[in-house]
Design a protein around this ligand. Structure first.
Ligand code: ASP
Length: 318
């Protein structure tokens, strides 16, 4: 029997001191819930779903209720869940009426021969399998209405778009300084290794602030913000989605673990590659099939938690 491991993240950015406690508590709650699933003999997929559900329910993070708003002021959510034992995956994108998109992703994984649903089709699928549909306003916080109004006012004044790092990164060779100026990347994710020796990964997000309706980022795309394969590794990423997608960075990282490199080394290499190649910023959690793991980010902070035989630890900087 293998000893289980769970790693969670709650986004990578310059987490301000006044928000530190909420982030730390959020990842800690998710870790406890998910790890309890593993120690009770649950599967890696069950644990990832449970941990991500806790993070989606926590309004601190850019997932589920409390997510960033689209340019039209709505919450639009994406999530992926992947089982490394079978390579079965379930993804949903652009859903507006589901409280927990990771649970809809689980339904797709378990009950469909398709692997990815978007928009109303995803919601119909979830509803037909018993998930309640809610009004979008139940997912929207006043905090986010204000944040959107401020971002749109900035753009109207011709100021740079602080939701993306491209322009900033080009002016400054240091990823830390470029990312310091950015708004949050509070996407959530988890990777797990269970007692049966199986890996799983999940990522859930409200995407980027002021995104165009219909925009899908890396988080829910297989091999970009999320991937799991028992023969390589399980990974979840957060950060500026478009560069992560262009590099198919999740699969890039798991392939390197399959080639025999340590997850610790590969996690750092993936984040270095993201910045050197495209000026991107973000964070990664990466778990190998032997329980070895790596965490890395080129943002000032990343909310993370690890639970294994050595106990539970959380932090905001690795
Ligand atoms: N990667 C996400 C996206 O681009 C954002 C994030 O990580 O917070 O949709």
């Amino acid at each position: 029997m293998n000893s289980p491991t769970l790693i969670v993240h709650g986004g990578a950015w310059a987490i301000p001191p006044e928000m530190a406690e909420d982030h730390q508590r959020g990842v800690s709650n998710a870790l406890s819930k998910g790890y309890a699933v593993l120690t009770r003999g649950g599967t890696a997929t069950d644990a990832v779903e449970a941990a991500v559900t806790v993070l989606e329910d926590d309004p601190t993070f850019d997932a589920g209720r409390g997510s960033f708003l689209t340019s039209e002021g709505r919450v639009q959510l994406d999530a992926l869940l992947m089982d490394g034992a079978t390579l079965r995956a379930g993804g949903v994108a652009c859903v507006e009426h589901l409280r927990n998109p990771i649970q809809a992703a689980r339904l797709v994984l378990d009950r469909s021969h398709h692997i990815y649903f978007v928009g109303p089709g995803a919601e119909d699928f979830a509803a037909s399998h018993g998930m309640p549909l809610i009004h979008n306003r139940e997912l929207v916080l006043d905090r986010e209405r204000i944040r959107l109004a401020n971002a749109q006012a900035r753009l109207a004044q011709g100021l740079s778009d602080i939701t993306f790092s491209g322009a900033l990164a080009q002016d400054d060779k240091s990823p830390e300084t470029a990312a310091q100026n950015l708004l949050s990347h509070d996407t959530v994710g988890a990777v797990a290794f269970d007692q049966f020796g199986n890996l799983a990964a999940g990522t859930s997000t409200g995407g980027t602030l002021n995104k165009a309706p219909g925009r899908v980022g890396d988080s829910s795309l297989i091999g970009c913000g999320c991937y799991a394969d028992n023969l390589s590794a399980a990974v979840s990423l957060t950060g500026w989605g478009e560069p992560i997608m262009k590099l198919v960075l999740g699969k890039w990282a798991t392939d390197r673990v399959a080639q025999g490199n340590s997850p610790e080394l590969v996690a750092q290499q993936a984040i270095d590659y993201l910045f050197q190649r495209l000026g991107g910023h973000g964070g990664i959690i990466l778990l190998g099939p032997d329980g070895r793991f790596g965490l890395a980010h080129n943002t000032p902070g990343m909310a993370w938690g690890v639970a294994d035989l050595n106990g539970e630890r959380t932090g905001l900087v690795v």
